[in-house]
Design a protein around this ligand. Structure first.
Ligand SMILES: [Zn+2]
Ligand SMILES: [Zn+2]
Length: 383
């Protein structure tokens, strides 16, 4: 769809959008876009086209405005319809299949070099709902009811999760929305000022003021949110990882997946810098492994292996205090569209994403015990 190849298996339409009511926020966003579009073209561009003296500049404004708005709408459609990606199915790669009868398996030696996140016990992380082993950075979304690769957050405004395959589109959506809102505010300001004259019809004045205020309000919100995501991208972190790291009171500047500034941009926006600001191309890889030559963690791999061995030898799984999600302050609350209830309880508690592979991260993730495998019911009530 939209020129994006579904190279990998993704859930069908029925599975992805089972509740039509959840399209309401999407309809709300579209209504705002259409409303602002009509106000800008009817009360600002239209009158300037009629005046001979302003026709030239109006043409240029119309071109820029329509180009940015078209990109915004295209990115928005991609965000809604491109699936963020999920764990490979049996046919593609049976090694991710979790056998409930066997129970969680210790991480195999050949996987050790490619994986950073595992349980304190040294076992592979798994999802008890999807019955799959979880790749690094993968979390189960309770709204989408599926594991999401490199999950950032679930966004109700796009009725979709933001993850590995659609994060670039989400990032560009924030970029184009910021530009569009600020453009409307700056470009329409002289018309709004002129509209405050007593001779202006009331409805014209009302809609001009309304459009300017709405664009300004949205602009500030989206620019702040966009700034946060620029920061996250530069640090090679997802929103979930940011929340986990900020909660652990350590420095949340260091990500296990840091490849340096340009490398981090490439990991999100693609390898070709000429295409970074265009909604084309997908990030490199399948989204199940993020270990790179350059990543700082790989440098710690040797040390990490020793730590894992030690953790395995000294683990006492049932004596560690069990940590519950409600003990934890809601560090994710301020990211606009990130809802607290949308992450899986395992990732929210931070207990399962214990990164014993990194001496740096090992310090940052407190040991809450490896036995945090509560039933789905318990997990739901914990939120
Ligand atoms: Zn899952
Ligand atoms: Zn989701």
């Amino acid at each position: 769809m939209f020129g994006v190849k579904d190279d990998f298996p993704t859930p069908g339409w029925e599975e992805r959008f089972p509740e039509p009511l959840k399209f309401l926020p999407v309809a709300f966003i579209l209504a705002m876009i259409i409303g602002l579009y009509l106000i800008y073209t009817t009360f600002h561009l239209g009158p300037r086209f009629e005046e001979k003296t302003t026709r030239g500049s109006a043409l240029l404004d119309a071109f820029v405005f329509h180009a940015v708005t078209a990109m915004l709408l295209y990115c928005y459609a991609l965000c809604v319809f491109v699936h963020p990606g999920t764990i490979p199915d049996k046919e593609e790669d049976p090694s991710w299949d979790y056998d409930e009868a066997e129970g969680p398996q210790p991480i195999a030696a050949d996987l050790l070099m490619n994986m950073q996140e595992m349980k304190r016990s040294g076992d592979r992380r798994h999802c008890k709902w999807c019955l799959k082993y979880k790749p690094d950075r993968c979390h189960h979304c309770r709204v989408c009811r599926i594991c999401i690769l490199k999950m950032d957050h679930h966004c109700p405004w796009i009725y979709n999760c933001v993850g590995f395959r659609n994060y670039k589109y989400f990032f560009l959506l924030l970029l184009y929305t910021s530009i569009d809102c600020l453009y409307i505010v700056a470009n329409m300001l002289p018309t709004v000022r002129a509209g405050t004259q007593p001779t202006t019809p009331f409805m014209t004045m009302f809609w001009l003021m309304f459009g300017e205020t709405l664009a300004g309000f949205l602009g500030v919100l989206v620019v702040l949110f966009f700034g946060f995501h620029i920061y996250l991208m530069s640090k090679a972190m997802t929103t979930i990882e940011f929340c986990e790291k900020s909660h652990s009171k350590g420095s949340f500047n260091a990500s296990a997946y840091d490849r340096g500034f340009v490398g981090n941009l490439k990991a999100v926006l693609g390898e070709n810098p000429w295409l970074w600001l265009l909604p084309v191309g997908s990030p490199p890889g399948r989204g199940v492994s993020f270990t790179m030559e350059e990543s700082r963690l790989t440098q710690d791999m040797e040390a990490g292996r020793n730590l894992r061995r030690r953790a395995h030898e000294t683990q006492t799984p049932n004596t560690a205090p069990k940590r519950r999600a409600h003990d934890r302050p809601n560090a994710c609350g301020g990211t606009g569209s990130t809802g607290q209830s949308e992450e899986d309880s395992q990732s929210a508690s931070g207990s399962e994403v214990a990164d014993v592979g990194s001496s740096r991260d090992r310090r940052q993730v407190p040991n809450y015990g490896a036995a945090d495998e509560g039933s789905p019911q318990v997990s739901a009530s914990e939120k």
